[in-house]
Design a protein around this ligand. Structure first.
Ligand code: S3P
Length: 169
């Protein structure tokens, strides 16, 4: 069984994923961390130096490899993972997807201090971070909303979420 956490940057996928894994007794993998271990370079540096297209190809390959492992896993994905290629369909074929939905205001607040490490959060001239997040989310929502389970990321109740996941397995 595999559980995939999806959602925008800053929605808390990694910390929720680790907590869910602990409760279920599954191993936990953070896709960005797995990428950084495999390619020995931070995701941000890779995007800046090799380009986003190359990052997406490698990200997809890594997702496919991890999804085919014969073990129980909770995988937290990158914010863009389900929005490229057929990744959301792959995710839904291989396990249970959980969308951590969060209001753009909450996301912008959380991202304010870490935006330097997210090359894709560059704003247009005159655009605020919240406007950027709203615009980006409008493009991505259609993919996130294909998740089997959607929960609000603010005040996330992990126990209730794990219960919901158990009901589906
Ligand atoms: C990205 C999100 C990042 C990382 C990369 C691209 C995105 O992951 O994969 O910078 O396109 O939203 P987090 O969601 O963990 O920040």
């Amino acid at each position: 069984m595999k559980i995939f956490l999806i959602g925008y940057m800053g929605s808390g996928k990694s910390s929720a994923g680790a907590r869910i894994a602990r409760k279920l007794g599954f191993d936990f993998i953070d896709l960005d961390e797995a990428f950084e271990q495999r390619f020995r370079r931070s995701v941000a540096d890779h995007i800046v130096e090799a380009g986003e297209d190359d990052f997406r190809l490698k990200e997809e390959e890594l997702l496919e490899q991890l999804s085919s492992l014969k073990k129980d896993l909770v995988i937290s994905t990158g914010g863009g993972t389900p929005c490229f290629s057929d990744n959301i369909d792959l995710i839904n074929r291989c396990g249970i997807s959980v969308y951590l939905e969060m209001h753009p205001k909450s996301l912008a607040m959380r991202l304010e201090n870490v935006k330097a490490e997210r090359p894709l959060l560059r704003t247009l001239p005159g655009e605020s971070l919240i406007e950027k997040v709203e615009r980006h989310l409008d493009q991505r929502r259609v993919f996130y909303e294909k998740a089997l389970i959607t929960v609000k990321g603010e005040n996330l109740d992990i126990t209730a979420l794990v219960e919901k996941i158990r009901e589906m397995t």
